[in-house]
Design a protein around this ligand. Structure first.
Ligand code: C2E
Ligand code: MG
Ligand code: MG
Ligand code: MG
Length: 281
C-alpha cells in the first residue's frame, strides 16, 4: 500500500523516522540560509610544540550562530551537512575563509605556522576538490606549506581512488596532511603506510583518562611510536591539564592542542595571542 501511494508517503516511515526526516529538512533549510545570511564563522585553536613550548599551528573550527537556537555545535550540524550534500558548499566556504584569514595574518607578521582545515569524507570524494584548493591558494596567495588538511581514517574505507589522487596531489603541492581522531576508526596499518600524510592527531577520547586508564595510556604510547616509526609527527587533542601534558611530553609526543594551552579563539583575538602566547613549562 505504501508503495502505491508513492515513495515519499510518510506512512512508510516509523514515527520516529518521520521526526528525524522533518528535522533533517528543517536543518537543511536553516543551513542554506546560514550560508546566505553569514551566520557561519570560524574560531581558531592554537597548537603548541612540546619540545620548544611554542606556538606551532592553528586549527580552524566552524561555528554556527543560529538566529533562534543560538550557537549550534558542529558535532550537530556537520553530520547533517554531510548527509544533505551541503558540506560541499560549506567546506569550500571554510577553506576560503581560513586561507584568506591566514594570508592576512601572514602579511601582518604572523610567523610561519600552519592553518589546519577539517575535510569531510564527502568532500574528499569530489574530483574537483584539488582544483578548488589550488585556486583558493592562488587567490589568497597563501603558501601551500602553511595549509594543513585534516582527514579521518574513514577515507581508507570503500572506494578511495579519488581521495588518494587528491592526497598525492596535495603532497606534491607542499600542503600538509594529517589524520584526525586517530585511533577511533578502523584503519588498516597497511593503508596508513600508503597514505601520504605528515601527522597523526591522537583522538581526545584517549587523553581524558590518561593517568588512570592503563589501556588509554598503552594506546597513546603505541600511536606515538607507530607515528614516529612511519616518520610522522604526532599531536594530542583535548589536552586539559599539566599532568596530561607531562605524560605526553615524557612519551615523546610532538605537539598538543587543547584547553590547557588555548581554547578556540575568535579571529580578532588571534594576533594578540600570537604576540603574547603562554609558554608551556
Ligand atoms: P575535531 O576536528 O577533532 O576538533 C577538535 C574538537 O575538540 C573541537 O570541537 C574543539 O573545540 C574541541 N576541543 C579542543 N580542545 C579541547 C579540550 O581541551 N577539551 C575538550 N573537551 N574539547 C576540546 P568542535 O569545535 O565542537 O568541533 C567538533 C568536530 O566538528 C571537529 O572535531 C570536526 O570533526 C568537526 N568540524 C569542526 N569544524 C569543521 C569544518 O570546518 N569542517 C568539517 N568537515 N568538520 C568540522
Ligand atoms: Mg580536526
Ligand atoms: Mg579530532
Ligand atoms: Mg572529531
Amino acid at each position: 500500500r505504501a508503495k502505491e501511494e508513492g515513495r515519499n508517503n510518510s506512512q512508510i516511515f516509523a514515527p520516529e523516522m518521520n521526526f528525524r526526516v522533518d528535522l533533517l529538512f528543517s536543518m537543511e533549510k536553516d543551513l542554506r540560509l546560514a550560508l546566505e545570511r553569514g551566520e557561519l564563522f570560524l574560531q581558531y585553536q592554537p597548537q603548541a610544540d612540546l619540545a620548544s613550548g611554542t606556538l606551532r599551528g592553528i586549527e580552524a573550527l566552524i561555528r554556527w550562530q543560529h538566529p533562534v537556537k543560538g550557537l549550534v555545535s558542529p558535532a550537530e550540524f556537520i553530520p547533517v551537512a554531510e548527509e544533505t550534500g551541503q558540506i560541499t558548499a560549506i567546506g569550500e566556504w571554510v577553506l576560503r575563509t581560513a586561507c584568506t584569514q591566514m594570508a592576512e595574518w601572514r602579511k601582518a607578521g604572523l610567523p610561519d605556522l600552519s592553518m589546519a582545515v577539517n575535510l569531510s569524507i564527502r568532500q574528499l570524494r569530489q574530483p574537483i576538490l584539488g582544483d578548488m584548493v589550488r585556486s583558493i591558494l592562488q587567490e589568497t596567495g597563501l603558501e601551500p606549506r602553511c595549509l594543513e588538511l585534516e582527514i579521518t581514517e574513514g577515507i581508507m574505507m570503500g572506494d578511495n581512488q579519488v581521495a588518494m589522487r587528491f592526497l598525492n596531489e596535495m603532497q606534491a603541492l607542499g600542503v600538509q596532511l594529517s589524520i584526525d581522531d586517530f585511533g577511533t576508526g578502523f584503519s588498516s596499518l597497511n593503508y596508513l603506510k600508503m597514505l601520504p600524510v605528515n601527522k597523526l592527531k591522537i583522538d581526545q577520547s584517549f587523553i581524558r583518562d590518561i593517568e588512570t586508564d592503563e589501556g588509554d595510556a598503552a594506546i597513546i604510547r603505541s600511536i606515538i611510536s607507530l607515528g614516529h616509526r612511519l616518520n610522522l609527527r604526532v599531536i594530542a587533542e583535548g589536552v586539559e591539564t599539566q599532568e596530561q601534558l607531562d605524560f605526553l611530553r615524557i612519551r615523546g609526543c610532538d605537539e598538543i592542542q587543547g584547553y590547557f594551552y588555548a581554547r578556540p579563539l575568535a579571529a580578532d583575538a588571534v594576533m594578540a595571542f600570537v604576540r603574547n602566547p603562554p609558554r608551556l613549562a
